[in-house]
Structure formats: structure tokens, C-alpha cells
Design a binder for this molecule. Structure first.
Ligand SMILES: Nc1ncnc2c1ncn2[C@@H]1O[C@H](COP(=O)(O)OP(=O)(O)OP(=O)(O)O)[C@@H](O)[C@H]1O
Ligand SMILES: [Mg+2]
Length: 354
């Protein structure tokens, strides 16, 4: 089986995209059968994969295939909360536990009780929270902040990471005991370039989905466009492919996607830990791009209002476009954290447009 439709995924997820999984390449089929074998077990699971490889989608699928499938699936991004908030978000708090705790609040563990808790970017969890997480997994109970009463918890944990956790352990950023606790069942999602048999089926799937959403007639790929898709290295993986198709549908003519409609930026296929720096794209070959200094000088002379803000906004907006709308890659490109990228994009209204 290579196409799976989730009957209730539309309710589970904000995106209609998550309703179907494409697994055509032999490597993906192997992966799928591993997922199907692991899912019904109660084992905590670690999903490892580069950005955009489908970690969250696979986590939902595991949940769906398990006997917890009708219970809650709660997804939390460990990198999305300030360090001081992570604890009360995960474990909950009692009224008055800290300034601003005006009522009792259940944490994510309680919200997921009976079901599956998906901890995304687990490598971002602060070390002191790692200790507490380990304790919850061992004791199977949580204690809300400001309380002494343990609450029994029956949660299956699925965690995801796009950094090599073993390296993080060596570097002292991740606790070894938690690492082994999570490492019981692991699923490695290969990057898209290592499962080329998925590229065209995924492209077809996204064409169909987006044409339907946009109210367009069904478009197709020209043979040259197919070749271009197959030759690309896909550093942003499936999310990059989806964005490329979406963009191509907006600009293509006569419902045929030609190679020129596919805006693919070639980056070297590096692992996430190595820091991806794209090749500089020079405009016309042989012509040096204008220097940053001269561009600034021109702006100074134009007397632009709110110049600093304007420059900062432009940096974020252009980097985000260059990375096909991928926040993580934008962060890597600018060498700042994804959270900062997200906050800035939100501030300048880039995210609400999507
Ligand atoms: N096998 C698949 N079939 C169809 N769509 C997929 C598949 N895998 C991923 N996608 C789609 O690709 C996009 C990225 O997937 P997802 O968000 O699960 O990736 P991720 O690994 O969690 O990415 P990140 O590391 O950036 O959080 C989503 O829109 C998802 O629906
Ligand atoms: Mg994700």
C-alpha cells in the first residue's frame, strides 16, 4: 500500500495536506511497514529526520494506527516556549504557582492523557526539563507546578528531532539517560533525495490538492519539469517540494507546469547539523552583484522612512522567500534561531499571508 487516507485526519489537523501519505519509493515502503509494525506497540518512539521530511505526519500516523487512535493526539513544539514557560506548559500549574498563574491549568501531558503526546524538536528541551520529563516517563505521573499531588498519566510519547541527538549528548546538551529512554524505537525518515521514487508521486499529489484548493482545473507536469524535479537535491525535502508546486501552479500557463515555473534554489545537500549555507546566487553570470555597501548608500540617499526597520524586514522577507517559506532553513541561512525567525515573520505579517 502506498496511499493512505486518514478518515479523521481533517479534524485532527489544521491542514488538509495531512490526510494522505505518499510512500512509493521502495525505501519509503520499507519505512511504512516498519511504522505499521511499531505503531500498535506502546513503545515510546523517536522520529529522526531532516526538516520537512514528514516527522509530524508520521507521528500522527503512528497514533492513528495504535489503539489510542480515538484518543487525543497532542503536538507540542519544545522550541516554541520560553524556558520559563516550558514546565507549566508540559506539566500544568496550580493557581498562584507563579505570578500570572491566575487559575489551575492542565499541562500537555494531562491533555494527551489516554492518547499520544508528540514532542517536536525534543533537542530544544532545556536540560532541567529533560530531567523532569524523564521522571514523568519513569513514574507515569505528573505533578503540576505549585502542587504536591501526583496525577497518574497514561501517555505514549512520540518525539522528533532534526538534530543528531547522539551528538547533542556528547556535546552535553542532551541527557544520556533520556536519550536511551527515547531510543527504544526509532524511525529514521530518509531525506527526499534518498527516496527519488517519491518525488513525482508527491508532486502529482500536491498538484491535485492545490488545484482543488485554488479552484483550478487539474494541471500536469511537462516531461522537462519532471526531469527538473528529479534532478533537484531537495534540501527542504517534502515541504520544499510542496511549496515549489504551489508556486508553479500560480504562475504556469494552460495548466502545464514547465521547468521555468519551478523555482528551485540549489543548495548543497548537507545534514542539518552541518549548517546549510546556500551557494550565492549571482544574477547574470560574470556580472558582480552590487555590494551591500553600495545598496545601503543608495538607500541613505533616498531618505527612506524607518530605514532600519525597512532593512531588517527586507532581510527576513527575502531570506524566507529564498528558503521557500521554510522557517528552519531561514534560521540556518541567517544563523539565528527558528523562534526568532518565526517571531519576526509574524511581526511583519509574512506568516498570516500563508
Ligand atoms: N509521505 C507524505 N505524503 C504526503 N505529504 C507529506 C508526506 N510527508 C510529509 N508530507 C507533507 O510535507 C509537509 C512537511 O511535513 P511535516 O510537517 O510532517 O515535516 P517535519 O519533518 O515535521 O518538518 P519540520 O522539521 O520542518 O517540522 C507537510 O505539509 C506534510 O503534510
Ligand atoms: Mg515538524
Amino acid at each position: 500500500m502506498s496511499l493512505i487516507t486518514h478518515p479523521n485526519a481533517r479534524e485532527l489537523s489544521k491542514s488538509v495536506r495531512a490526510t494522505v501519505l505518499v510512500f512509493k519509493d521502495p525505501r519509503s515502503q520499507e519505512l511504512l511497514s516498519r511504522i505499521e509494525r511499531l505503531a500498535p506497540s506502546e513503545a515510546n518512539t523517536l522520529i529522526i529526520g531532516e526538516t520537512g521530511t514528514g516527522k509530524e505526519l508520521v507521528a500522527r500516523h503512528i497514533h492513528h494506527l495504535s489503539r489510542r487512535g480515538r484518543e487525543p493526539f497532542v503536538a507540542v513544539n519544545c522550541g516554541a516556549f520560553a524556558e520559563t514557560l516550558v514546565e507549566s506548559e508540559l506539566f500544568g500549574h496550580e493557581k498562584g504557582a507563579f505570578t500570572g498563574a491566575t487559575s489551575n491549568k492542565a499541562g500537555w501531558f494531562e491533555a494527551a492523557n489516554g492518547g499520544t503526546l508528540f514532542l517536536d524538536e525534543i533537542g530544544d528541551l532545556p536540560l532541567n526539563m529533560q530531567v523532569k520529563l524523564l521522571r514523568v516517563l519513569q513514574e507515569r505521573e505528573v505533578v503540576r507546578l505549585g502542587s504536591r499531588t501526583p496525577i497518574p498519566i497514561n501517555v505514549r510519547l512520540v518525539a522528533a528531532t532534526n538534530v543528531n541527538l547522539a551528538d547533542a549528548v556528547v556535546a552535553g546538551h542532551f541527557r544520556e539517560d533520556l536519550f536511551y529512554r527515547l531510543h527504544v524505537a526509532t524511525i529514521r525518515l530518509p531525506p527526499l533525495r534518498e527516496r527519488p521514487g517519491d518525488i513525482l508521486p508527491l508532486a502529482e499529489f500536491f498538484i491535485e490538492e492545490h488545484c482543488r484548493r485554488l479552484g483550478y482545473d487539474r494541471a500536469s507536469l511537462s516531461p522537462d519539469a519532471e526531469r527538473k524535479l528529479l534532478a533537484h537535491s531537495w534540501p527542504g525535502n517534502i515541504r520544499e517540494l510542496e511549496n515549489a508546486i504551489h508556486h508553479a501552479l500560480l504562475v504556469c500557463r494552460h495548466q502545464v507546469v514547465a521547468p521555468g515555473d519551478l523555482h528551485l534554489v540549489d543548495m548543497r545537500p548537507l545534514g542539518p547539523a552541518q549548517g546549510q549555507v546556500p551557494h550565492a546566487v549571482s544574477g547574470v553570470s560574470g556580472v558582480a552583484p552590487p555590494s551591500l555597501e553600495s545598496a545601503l548608500l543608495a538607500l541613505f540617499e533616498q531618505n527612506v522612512a524607518n530605514l532600519y526597520e525597512h532593512i531588517e524586514e527586507t532581510v527576513f522577507r527575502e531570506a524566507y522567500r529564498y528558503c521557500h517559506g521554510n522557517q528552519l532553513q531561514t534560521g540556518r541561512l541567517l544563523n539565528i534561531s527558528r523562534n526568532i525567525v518565526r517571531a519576526r515573520l509574524e511581526k511583519i505579517g509574512e506568516l498570516t499571508k500563508a
